[in-house]
Ligand binder design. Sequence first.
Ligand code: KG4
Ligand code: ZN
Length: 335
Amino acid sequence: MIILGIETSCDETAASVVSGGRKILSSIVSSQAEIHYPYGGVVPELASRKHMESIVPVVRKAMSSAGIEQQQIEAIAVTRGPGLIGSLLVGFSFAKAYAFAMNIPWVGVNHLEGHIHSIFLEPDPPPFPFISLLASGGHTGIYLVNSYTEMELMGQTRDDAAGEAFDKVAKMLGLGYPGGKIISDLAEQGNRSKICFPRAYLEKSGFDFSFSGIKTSVSRFIQNNYSEYKEMTPDIAAGFQESVVDVLSYKLLNAAALKKCEHVSVVGGVAANNRLREKVEFDGSASGIKVHIPSVALCGDNAAMIAAAGYHSIISGGMHDLNQDVFARVIEKNG
Ligand code: KG4
Ligand code: ZN
């Protein structure tokens, strides 16, 4: 089955053609970072307007790069939420209209499930059940993945998401937006042991996270060292990154031990972080756990992961009708 995936939940307009839920024929991601850069973060109204401009050219490009004609698309998968309502509506309305006009099935996909599915697009995906750490700009949580369609939330952040903490610390240090990549590049030049920021484990055996305290410690450090903190920026970045990475890796592997899973995955924008990739691989191999992390292109927001998740939803009978609507946030219970 050839599926067209569409993703417009935040500041990337993305379209992808995926065959059989596994093979990426094309994946086009048009980033709006430049538009939001002067504001230091995503401006929702600007984001939705830009999605409106980009959606048709991005979908056309996805089809031409895949070398397929409109008639060959058998179904559409589109992000339904969570995300910015105005942005989601652009992709969602486009997908509904397209599916209606072409008379093909379509399905709305949870963006978080999409990220978890990104690992199934890689050559050697983990067998079920496995534990997945999803760390992005809007969410951070640990999931027990039982099948393509059954995922149990074990714990999540009680305040900021990990990526959000990277973005906020970058802003505090005057480094610009989006902060994750800037901090991780800068951290490569710093010493991660020079400044030790606190690790927020909460209950050490639990799987909830808290990243707002680390952010406050960085802010306090800057205030207390105001005259010289600029020269210390690489060490601050490396120290901050280490405190986030330590907690993420610890909780992920603890969850694997509790559920007796030999495979784990790390997905979402923060999974592009080199130090996180290295640390989880290292800690995993020390405990005999195989770590699966998608290629960097599949960590950030993309539509291939939405098509992959949509494929499994469609083959298990989860088609949607035109009354479906988008949603801004998910209310999840820890399970
Ligand atoms: O998954 P994603 O593209 O969008 C959301 O669903 O939120 O994640 C974006 C987040 C941003 O907060 C960004 O700063 C962070 O991922 N990020 C990184 C890196 N690259 C992106 N965080 C740490 N290190 C990176 N290399
Ligand atoms: Zn995302």
